[in-house]
Design a protein around this ligand. Structure first.
Ligand code: SF4
Length: 125
């Protein structure tokens, strides 16, 4: 049995949760002030997920890059694959904040969303 300490990030209190893991069984020992922390700890230990934020190249835009993020957390093991995929993309300006850049990125259910607007350079259109 392995003892795991994990900080809950569901709310700003940041409870320090202690859990025991044996094979795929998780036993919450304590530290969480509510049930949400228990669910968070079990998910984080068994199926960790992360939001991905990165940037994508833009041609003929007022900026050379546009910031993007995933529409939802993705499995942690997919993060580097997604970042590498985004490095290969080059968009044409304009790009609007909220535009879907890639659907179902890396076979996850998440989309890649632009998080800022990059307008065209006026004389490039
Ligand atoms: S266990 Fe509950 S109270 Fe503690 S940080 Fe997580 S959500 Fe907040």
């Amino acid at each position: 049995m392995k003892k795991i300490r994990i900080t809950c990030i569901v709310c700003p209190i940041g409870c320090k949760i202690v859990a025991n893991k044996k094979d795929d069984k998780i036993e919450i020992v304590g530290g969480n002030k509510c049930k949400r922390g228990e669910k968070y700890a079990i998910d984080e230990i068994l199926h960790p997920k992360r939001m991905v934020t990165t940037s994508v190249f833009v041609k003929n835009g007022e900026y050379p890059l546009v910031s993007v993020r995933t529409s939802q957390p993705v499995p942690k093991e997919k993060v580097m694959e997604i970042v590498k995929e985004m490095k290969k993309i080059s968009l044409e300006a304009p790009v609007k904040c909220g535009d879907v850049i890639v659907k179902n990125v890396a076979g996850t259910d998440a989309d890649i969303i632009a998080t800022r607007t990059v307008n065209s350079i006026p004389n490039s259109v």
